[in-house]
Design a protein around this ligand. Structure first.
Ligand SMILES: Cc1cc2nc3c(=O)[nH]c(=O)nc-3n(C[C@H](O)[C@H](O)[C@H](O)COP(=O)(O)O)c2cc1C
Length: 214
């Protein structure tokens, strides 16, 4: 459930292997703009965590009110961070038209651990009504590069009863071209401000926010 806090809690799942890479460079102005508006931001670097892939044991499906995953790895704490947040940001470079492998492992562990749809008694979505948004970087033209993952995540949000709030995406023009520009930094901050407004107003009918910078 979404908390009623006017200080929204934002949990960023950061899926790049590069600590100071393109996605991380853009997360700086994004996080700063959120914090300036009073949000509490937690960033989790997934490549620093041990998150095994889901093996479809379905143990979690019969534990209706908790994660319930028998794996004793870092996903236990990632789950609690996501559960405590009002808003989840999936921040990731596009790899092979989708997300990186650690991000995919987290998404699989959450889609079963959070959604108790397949147990002996059908249960609830534990993260119903939280907000989720995408924060992506890619090398190819943005629409071509992000559309499989964006489509997947819109479906994922609907299935999980999350509120899909939109996408920020920025393009990497290649190894010879500096990635960061003033336009990209301003775009990331603008996305943060609009997302923050969405979290405060809880406008459930609003169209997804879309900011793309080629
Ligand atoms: C293994 C690998 C696969 C990639 N696959 C794609 C892809 O399918 N589409 C795309 O647009 N960019 C792709 N890229 C480019 C990255 O998405 C892009 O450079 C991104 O900005 C890197 O972000 P980072 O520095 O935060 O890791 C790929 C990069 C790597 C290393």
């Amino acid at each position: 459930m979404q908390s009623s806090s006017i200080t929204p809690k934002v949990c960023i799942l950061a899926g790049s292997p590069r600590k100071n890479g393109n996605t991380a460079s853009l997360l700086r102005p994004f996080s700063e703009a959120l914090e300036q508006r009073g949000a509490a931001v937690e960033r989790i670097r997934l490549h620093e965590k041990t998150v095994k892939p889901c093996i479809a044991c379905r143990t979690c499906q019969n534990i209706p009110d908790a994660f319930g995953c028998p794996y004793d790895d870092d996903m236990q704490s990632v789950f609690l961070s996501v559960l405590a947040a009002d808003c989840l940001i999936l921040a990731c470079p596009i790899y092979s038209w989708y997300c990186t492998a650690p991000m995919k492992a987290v998404l699989d562990r959450l889609v079963y651990g959070m959604n108790k749809y397949y147990g002996k008694i059908q249960g609830l979505s534990l993260w119903k009504d939280k907000t989720a948004a995408l924060f992506l970087t890619c090398g190819y033209r943005i629409e071509n590069a992000v559309s499989p993952f964006r489509t997947g995540m819109i479906n994922y949000c609907r299935h999980s009863k999350l509120r899909y709030a939109g996408m920020f995406a920025a393009r990497d023009r290649g190894y010879a071209v500096p990635f960061m520009t003033e336009e990209k930094a301003a775009g990331a901050a603008d996305f943060a401000r609009r997302l923050h407004d969405r979290l405060i107003t809880r406008d459930t009918d609003a169209e997804p926010i879309s900011v793309s910078i080629e």
